[in-house]
Design a protein around this ligand. Structure first.
Ligand code: ADP
Ligand code: MG
Length: 555
């Protein structure tokens, strides 16, 4: 019998990382800039606490492309590493210095804003580089270190003479990844992932136009100067306190988020909570009208100001994915599948917090300026109606501010409406029948007929209205909806007045027969009698249930 050790080929870990760690190779830059940001923030915390006795200054991160040398440099002025620390943090794959830092200082720094936590981010560099160098000088009084690795498990580590504090990562870009030596590609990546990171990121220079001097002539060109091209806004609006922001600040942040969007948002909701989970963000209501097919995925998800994704499915309730804006939370687990996300306790709480904040904001808009709210109704109703259909909690809140406009341009809440019409529109079984039209022009005659009888007619034209009515009918007692061209409009109470028809019985039968020849008798009802409106000698109706069934099959 033979025994022995299975030889675990450690060589194989790099190809694995390269292939499976992240499906998206481009995120290596996000990871390395996150590390540079962490290193800078750590130094900030340490100097604040007096543990590092160095000048913090105004550190920034610099990205440099060396196209000829096929190298990409990421340079920071953070806390740096000693040789021992390189051994510990870099050579031990999956040992996270970020996690260790947070553990060590958890009582001293709240909201440290540290990004890293898996201890794998650094190795994503090997997805695009055939060789990686680290040249790093700690803030501690120790010599700088130079680490080199070509993607095999062998590395070299030696002392070097770097003088300034901080770390430079040099990627020798692999043959299959030369796209990352293009300025345009790097600019795109920086704008996508790093636009709102907390430490300034410099990428090359740019030309800035200065104001013309007083005595300049008309034809003189404005003077210019070369300045650092800082690609990010380190203090985006959502990281500030609502009290420190004005309406205009919210609007300009919207333009920053969506530079191609020219329409202004209707209003915004500032999210800001740190217990029992951490979440900040700003949501915007865009003008939606009846359009439910607007491009979703407009809400961007960040973690500590690092862009993660613009697919917030499973994190934000579906009806709110029609909104725009940003949410930032370190508490959303992202290394799990979407279906698992929906079951996650923290995520559930976040989702219901967002729903509640949106409902509260709408409620306060309604209460504080009803006229304005009515004016916006048409542009926000699809979100509210969809929310009422899909989230019971939202329904309960929205029931107080959801509006029901009439064809004459008045707006009622459900309660107001019920109060207004119950005397005139309650049938003999005690059911209040709410009449509505879905198209003012097409249903004009029916609307006029109903109004002539003194009935209120709502104008409900959103694409999901039939579902909403169904929902209201089941949640409220003794009400039902009927479209104004439905059969039982005429069976509403006010039965006392008798209308004297101008036609004899035979004439009526004849007209009825003629009309029925051209419409489908099974689907429509033709009435010739009791049409007191001069404009409508006969009327064609369709039973409400039949019409609604058809409609619901369509949506
Ligand atoms: P994580 O960021 O999740 O901790 P990484 O693999 O990205 O894991 O990095 C591992 C560790 O290497 C970091 O925690 C940090 O201690 C160290 N490190 C990486 N980049 C830098 C840097 N630019 N400056 C200082 N330390 C760094
Ligand atoms: Mg990291």
């Amino acid at each position: 019998m033979a025994t022995g050790n299975i030889n675990v080929a450690v060589e194989n870990i790099f190809p694995l990382i390269k292939k499976f760690l992240y499906s998206d190779h481009e995120i290596f830059l996000r990871e390395l800039i996150s590390n540079a940001t962490d290193a800078t923030l750590k130094l900030k915390h340490l100097t604040n606490m007096g543990e590092a006795k160095v000048e913090y200054g105004n550190p920034y991160i610099e990205i440099k492309v060396d196209k000829e040398g096929k190298k990409l440099h990421i340079i920071d002025q953070g806390l740096g590493m000693t040789e021992d620390e390189v051994q510990k943090y870099i050579n031990e794959v999956a040992f996270s210095g970020a996690e260790e830092f947070l553990d060590k200082y958890k009582d001293k720094v709240d909201d440290a804003g540290i990004i890293g936590h898996f201890g794998l981010g650094f190795y994503s560099a090997f997805m695009v580089a055939e060789k990686v160098e680290i040249i790093t000088k700690s803030f501690k009084d120790e010599p700088a270190a130079h680490w080199t690795c070509d993607g095999s498990p062998q590395y070299t580590l030696e002392t070097t003479d770097k003088k300034d504090r901080g770390t430079e990562i040099i990627l020798h870009i692999a043959e299959d990844s030369t796209e990352f030596l293009e300025d345009a590609r790097i600019t795109t990546l920086l704008n996508k992932y790093n636009k709102f990171m907390p430490i300034p990121i410099k990428f090359g220079m740019k030309t800035e136009t200065l104001p013309k001097p007083e005595d300049a002539k008309e034809e003189d060109p404005a003077p210019t100067q070369e300045v650092d091209n800082i690609i990010n806004n380190p203090n985006p609006a959502w990281t500030k306190q609502p009290a420190d922001l004005k309406e205009e600040d919210y609007k300009s942040f919207y333009r920053e988020l969506y530079p191609m969007q020219f329409e202004e948002p209707l209003f915004n909701i500032h999210l800001n909570v740190d217990y029992p989970f951490n979440l900040t963000g700003i949501l915007y209501f865009p003008k939606l009208g009846n359009d439910m097919n607007i491009q979703k995925d407009r809400i961007q998800l960040y973690q500590n100001q690092v862009f993660v994704t613009d697919n917030v499915e499973g994190i934000v309730p579906e009806f709110l994915t029609m909104l725009r804006g940003v949410i930032d939370s370190p508490d959303i687990p992202l290394n799990v599948s979407r279906s698992y996300l929906q079951a996650d306790g923290a995520v559930k709480k976040i989702s219901s917090y967002i729903t509640r904040k949106v409902a509260d904001k709408l409620n306060s808009l309604f209460k504080n300026n009803r006229e304005d709210f009515e004016q916006k109704w048409n542009d926000i109703k699809v979100v509210i109606e969809y929310g009422m259909l899909s989230e019971e909690k939202f329904f309960e809140k929205a029931d107080k501010f959801a509006l029901y406009p009439t064809v004459d341009g008045n707006y009622f809440t459900f309660e107001e409406l019920q109060e207004k019409i119950k005397d005139a529109q309650t049938d003999k079984d005690g059911k209040t029948v709410i009449l509505y039209a879905s198209n003012k022009d097409e249903q004009h005659q029916y609307i006029e007929a109903a109004k002539a009888k003194g009935y209120e007619v709502l104008l409900l034209d959103s694409p999901i209205v039939s579902h909403l009515l169904q929902k209201l009918e089941t949640s409220k007692e003794n009400i039902s909806f009927a479209r104004v061209d439905a059969d039982h409009v005429d069976n509403l109470i006010k039965k006392d007045e008798t209308v004297i028809s101008k036609l004899s019985d035979e004439e009526k039968d004849k007209v009825k027969g003629l009309v029925e020849e051209v419409v489908a008798k099974e689907t429509y009802t033709v009435q010739v009698e009791a049409m007191d409106s001069e404009a409508a000698p006969f009327i064609i109706t369709q039973p409400e249930f039949m019409r609604r069934m058809k409609e619901m099959q369509q949506t």
